[in-house]
Design a protein around this ligand. Structure first.
Ligand SMILES: [Zn+2]
Length: 235
């Protein structure tokens, strides 16, 4: 969703939160995989300075990584667009369900809705009636509109996060890109920065990436398989 759409259009917010209320179970239930754990192990072993991620699921921290810069924020928090107050997303989930007790009963939804964020357009139409009936709870402090504390399309990554990421970058001898096509500039900029400063780049990704021309090492594979192998080899 576009930042401008979310902030200006109450119906867009309602649609977002209705789908988020349904999709949250899946998000909250997600667990780190072998790739997350390998990065944490390599940090503990002194091989990894830290992780700069575009993910918003908090799974790197859950796996044990301690130095993590979340460029796009984290779904675990929501922030008020008016007063800036924050609330835990799991606390908001209780309010979302309380506000929509009837809706929640009606929303015993088919399987695709477990994956609400990536549900194709057809499913959105199916949910339109439910979305219209959905009541969005306001900020507890000021009554303003709440937004997940993540960077939307059309929104900039806060400067302090970019600075923190460059700080990690400066400590590293190598930039390893894992599981990203580098489509989004917020991550791609570090590959460009590495090229500029002659820092070697390695890329582990299944598909093509924007950094393939720059990478000194390019591994086509799943991070969940390649990173554990890397960790075992180097530690
Ligand atoms: Zn507020």
């Amino acid at each position: 969703m576009l930042y401008q759409e979310f902030t200006r259009d109450p119906l867009a917010r309602r649609r977002y939160w209705a789908r988020s209320a349904v999709g949250w179970r899946r998000v909250a239930g997600a667990r780190p995989n072998a790739g997350h754990r390998a990065l944490a192990t390599m940090e503990e072993g002194g091989l990894v300075c830290g992780v700069v991620t575009q993910n918003v699921d908090g799974l790197h921290q859950a796996a044990g990584s301690s130095r993590v810069v979340e460029l796009h924020g984290n779904l675990a928090e929501v922030v008020c667009l008016e007063c800036g107050a924050t609330e835990r997303r799991d606390a908001l989930q209780r309010r979302l369900l309380d506000f929509n007790a009837d809706w929640n009963d009606a929303a015993e939804l088919p399987a695709p809705f477990d994956d609400a964020e990536s549900a194709p357009d057809g499913d959105v139409e199916l949910a339109a009636g439910l979305e219209r009936a959905f009541q969005v709870p306001p900020c507890l402090r000021c009554g303003g509109a709440l937004k997940p504390d993540v960077v939307f399309f059309g929104e900039n990554v806060p400067k302090e996060r970019v600075d923190a990421a460059w700080k990690l970058f400066d400590e590293a001898d190598v930039l390893l890109v894992a599981g990203s096509s580098l489509t989004v500039y917020s991550g791609y900029r570090f590959v460009l920065g590495a090229a500029e400063r002659n820092v070697p780049v390695g890329i582990v990704n299944l598909g093509r990436t924007r950094g393939d021309e720059i990478a000194r090492v390019r591994v086509h594979g799943r991070t969940g398989e390649v990173l554990p192998a890397l960790s075992e080899t180097l530690l």
